[in-house]
Design a protein around this ligand. Structure first.
Ligand SMILES: Nc1ncnc2c1ncn2[C@@H]1O[C@H](COP(=O)(O)OP(=O)(O)O[C@H]2O[C@H](CO)[C@@H](O)[C@H](O)[C@H]2O)[C@@H](O)[C@H]1O
Length: 476
């Protein structure tokens, strides 16, 4: 099976969040299922710089305002196709934002170029390889289906769109329609029109043969006004082709027994050494006798970190501590830095730090993920693997991957963490109190840790689900 994966980020080359992890992990996860997946990426400096021996496999004279070429090469085990178009992608830093923290004004054209090249590969192939399926991720790959419609030779290519975050719709004003090479006759409510504007995500949602999202629960939630962000009607209309396939994690990168960033361990008995090291690194007291809770997160409204600020006394009063690693909204960054300056049991690091994220997940007793919505979530999965008990909001993939320590689940010895609902500061406060009480019962706590570590969080099952989806699609 030949599949072209199309995305705006891909670990380990360029990452701002979980999308990159998934796009980077899928090719290796799917290879044993007989899927040969190539990944098409924009040629940001971090990507072209990593492509040592690239082959030029196509040229495009007019790629939305300048010439571009398509390069092919292997990096970190990935079979990459990269769009080298300096007028669009040769910019430093974050893939989406300029130095002023605002979106690049030409983002619609930049990612339209990604979709255009994907459709061309679908129509013509490269080096004798033509995909049977194009698997697009999020709004940046939303226009693929629009462009495929107008490319002769591409009618047999099937399409899948995966929603990692419906909050980003790739919206722009209708004045850009011609510049974006869109068919004006499809600017209507059954097409890519959305609230009077253009939405790249909606183009993909109405046009793709199959839609997936990254957990079964979020697939259901997307069809409700509360979570659909105005697109719930579209999701309901397409419910027949929508499914939820849970993300896995890369079990070689996130492996407590072989993690070079930590003091490796096979059972939770190895955690205290990591906790001591983390406390020393973050200047947190050795004397606190409650759980050390960690957070590794983008700091946005989605992630519910403001609720932690409110609910924190419940943790501190029980002798707990909090360590936070993240970056994002300036107001939240400032609030956490202020908190750390005032409260001895709290340590905050603003920035993006892969090594520290491993040390925090190994050294923490619990990991907090209080998201308002969470399509899947990866850090609670890292927590499970590292015996770092997840305390999560009862939503999306968090609901699907953690088993709450209810009396019944504790009695049956199947609990892996703590869940709370509704997603409010009050409910989080109660959950923190419950977590601290469990922590004071060594037998129950050890059981939670062991159950968590035994939970399957790899890609096996989900890779089979994607392979089955592809097979179904090409058989149709
Ligand atoms: N400061 C920091 N330093 C180091 N590492 C950091 C970091 N901040 C975040 N990370 C890392 O970035 C990733 C975040 O992934 P998540 O899945 O938790 O959320 P995100 O909202 O980005 O992803 C979206 O896409 C993914 C993939 O489908 C879905 O799981 C998710 O629900 C959806 O919102 C994790 O690997 C985490 O460790």
């Amino acid at each position: 099976m030949r599949v072209l994966s199309v995305a705006s980020e891909c670990a380990p080359l360029v990452k701002t969040g979980g999308l990159a992890d998934v796009v980077g992990a899928l090719p290796a996860a799917l290879a044993p299922e007989g899927v040969g997946m190539r990944v098409l990426l924009p040629g940001y400096p971090a990507v072209t710089g990593a492509l040592a021996e690239a082959r030029q496999v196509a040229v495009e004279d007019d790629l939305f305002g300048g010439a571009g070429r398509l390069l092919a090469g292997r990096v970190a085990g990935l079979d990459l196709l990269v769009i080298d178009a300096p007028h669009l992608f040769a910019r430093p830093g974050n893939p989406y934002l300029g130095a002023d923290g605002h979106d690049w004004p030409d983002n619609p054209e930049r990612f339209a170029a990604l979709c255009w090249m994907a459709a061309r590969i679908g129509a013509e192939g490269v080096e004798g390889w033509r995909p049977q399926i194009i698997h697009a991720h999020d709004w940046q790959a939303g226009f693929v289906t629009e462009y495929l419609r107008r490319m002769p030779g591409a009618q047999d290519v099937r399409t899948v769109l995966t929603i990692h975050n419906i909050a980003f719709t790739g919206a722009t004003d209708p004045g850009r329609l011609h510049g974006l090479r869109l068919d004006p006759s499809r600017f209507h409510s059954e097409g890519y029109e959305f609230w009077g504007g253009i939405s790249a995500l909606k183009a993909g949602l109405v046009g793709a043969d199959r839609l997936t999202t990254v957990s079964p629960r979020y697939a259901e939630e997307l069809m409700t006004p509360e979570f659909g962000m105005g697109l719930d009607g579209v999701m309901r209309a397409r419910r027949e082709v929508l499914s939820g396939i849970l993300n896995g994690i890369d079990e070689t990168v996130w492996n407590p027994a072989g993690d070079a960033a930590i003091r490796p361990y096979r059972t939770a008995r190895g955690k205290p050494a990591n906790k001591a090291a983390l406390r020393a690194e973050l200047d947190l007291s050795e004397d606190a006798d409650g759980p050390l809770c960690v957070i590794v997160s983008r700091m946005t409204h989605q992630k519910g970190l403001d609720l932690v600020l409110e609910a924190l006394p419940a943790l501190l009063e029980a002798g707990g501590q909090l360590a936070v690693l993240g970056s994002g909204e300036p107001g939240l960054e400032r609030a956490f830095l202020d908190l750390a300056a005032q409260v001895p049991g709290v340590a905050v690091r603003i920035g993006y730090d892969e090594g520290l994220s491993h040390r925090m997940i190994a050294g923490g007793d619990a990991i907090l993920v209080p998201s308002r919505f969470e399509p899947c979530g990866l850090t609670q999965l890292y927590g499970l693997r590292y015996g770092t008990v997840p305390l999560v909001a009862l939503t999306g993939g968090l609901a699907d991957t953690v088993i709450d320590a209810s009396p019944a689940a504790l009695a049956r010895q199947v609990a892996t963490g703590v869940q709370f609902s509704p997603v409010t500061a009050g409910a989080l406060r109660n959950a923190l109190t419950r977590l601290c009480a469990l922590y004071r019962q060594p037998k129950a706590w050890s059981r939670l840790q062991a159950n968590a570590m035994a939970q399957p969080v790899g890609w096996d099952q989900s890779a089979r689900a994607y392979a089955a989806l592809y097979a179904d699609l090409t058989a149709a």
